[in-house]
Design a protein around this ligand. Structure first.
Ligand SMILES: *Cc1c(COP(=O)(O)O)cnc(C)c1O
Length: 396
């Protein structure tokens, strides 16, 4: 297996095993210098001239291309901006518009709540008999029927790590005449994705997880190239206009993917992301996947051998699992706090999931063994059973 470890290119706190890069990726070493440059050379010196002279206005498309490369999207089919929740709304609303004679959005109960809330809000606003239908993740294929306008799924379940078969489900959606929207929040930078081959109409995702853009980093949206000049962007903002600086009173959508832009791009966060994306230039996603699976298999085997109290919540078959492993434990919150206090950072997802993300660019086999040792100590000696670990923080 090719060695893809780049641990020395990230800043990680001394002594910490970071198994939460699936929630907030760590900072690549070169990011502070790039941010410093943008702040002092561009913002401070160029002021408003930065939009033209420093190429700020082209950043959403330029950075979109580098993200697109990782997910099998052709050049010019991905644009950055806003947060993922907003991009879910755009994809969904644009998708529904492509099937005006249908009223159902299909999703699954393993989807991230924000995606479902956004869909709920959209159907409420549309009225006219629109509905959101959700089924268990295992039942999606069966639930695809010819009354469905849009199938909206997150490829990898944020809690269990269960992975949908993107190509097969997209084919089924298309066979039923539905539009397919994929959320790649736990896929981009985590496993190989081939959007062009999947043939889906829309895909969205965030960059602060596996792509290390930092807290609040911008989301991306992909529109299949043959549709990009045809879709209605749903959120028609001035920077998605064909000629924003005409200040025309009427909206004319921009060319292709540019129309999915809404307002002013987050230049500082885009700079952090653009810098982070440099680390991916020589990464083969198949090698990354193989390394991720090896780490996960090691983790599962070692945990199951050493920690009888934990029950695997993720699929045992690595081919249908993303890049995370989750275990169930009744007192999972307190247990995770106790584990974090000892330098192994994972997270907790209600009601009882202890979640660990595997990111082979900066996690190696020694980290896995060290993490399991600490988890075993906490679990087998009931070290979590302590009031200091039981008070829920705002972010879990
Ligand atoms: C992380 C995540 C989100 C978060 O959305 P934001 O708008 O970026 O806060 C949404 N959907 C899924 C599937 C996620 O995993």
């Amino acid at each position: 297996m090719a060695d893809i470890l780049k641990k020395d290119q990230f800043i990680l706190p001394e002594g910490v095993v970071y198994l939460d890069g699936n929630s907030l990726g760590p900072m690549p070493k070169t990011v502070p210098q790039r941010m410093q440059g943008v702040v002092t050379d561009e913002w401070a010196q160029l002021l408003i001239g930065g939009w033209n002279k420093a190429g700020w206005m082209e950043m959403p498309a330029r950075v979109g291309d580098s993200v697109g490369r990782l997910i099998g999207a052709p050049k010019g089919s991905v644009v950055m901006g806003d947060t993922l929740s907003i991009k879910v709304y755009q994809a969904l609303a644009s998708g529904v518009k492509l099937r005006p004679d249908r009223r159902v959005i299909l999703s699954d109960t393993g989807n991230f709540p924000s995606d479902l809330y956004i869909a709920e809000g959209l159907v409420g606003l549309l009225g006219q008999g629109y509905e959101l239908r959700t089924v268990a993740p295992e039942d999606v294929a069966e639930a695809i029927s010819d009354d469905i306008a849009v199938v909206m799924l997150t490829e990898v379940d944020y809690r269990t790590g269960r992975k949908h078969d993107m190509k097969t489900i997209t084919e089924m959606a298309h066979a039923a005449g539905a539009v397919m929207v994929w959320d790649l929040a736990h896929s981009a930078g985590a496993l190989p994705v081939d959007l062009a081959a999947s043939n889906c109409e829309f895909a969205v995702g965030c960059t602060y997880k596996y792509l290390n853009s930092g807290p609040g980093g911008p989301a991306f949206i992909y529109v299949r190239p043959d549709l990009a000049d045809r879709v209605e962007p749903a959120l028609a903002g001035w920077l998605g206009h064909a000629r924003p600086f005409d200040f025309d009173l009427n909206y004319t959508p921009g060319a292709g993917i540019e129309r999915m832009r809404v307002g002013t791009p987050p230049v500082l966060q885009l700079a952090a992301l653009e810098e982070s994306m440099k680390l991916w230039e020589d990464v083969d996603m198949n090698d990354l996947r193989a390394a991720s699976i090896a780490l996960q298999e090691q983790f599962i085997a070692e945990v199951e051998a050493a920690v009888p109290a934990l029950t695997l919540a993720s699929p045992r078959d690595a081919t249908v699992r993303g890049s995370q492993v989750s275990f169930r434990f009744e007192h999972g919150y307190a247990a995770m706090q106790a584990v974090i206090a000892r330098g192994v950072v994972g997270d907790f997802r209600a009601p009882d999931i202890m979640r660990f993300g595997f990111t082979p660019l900066y996690i190696d086999t020694a980290d896995v063994t060290k993490a399991v040792g600490i988890i075993a100590d906490v679990m087998n000696n009931d070290l979590w059973d302590d009031d200091q670990y039981k008070v829920r923080a705002r972010v879990t």
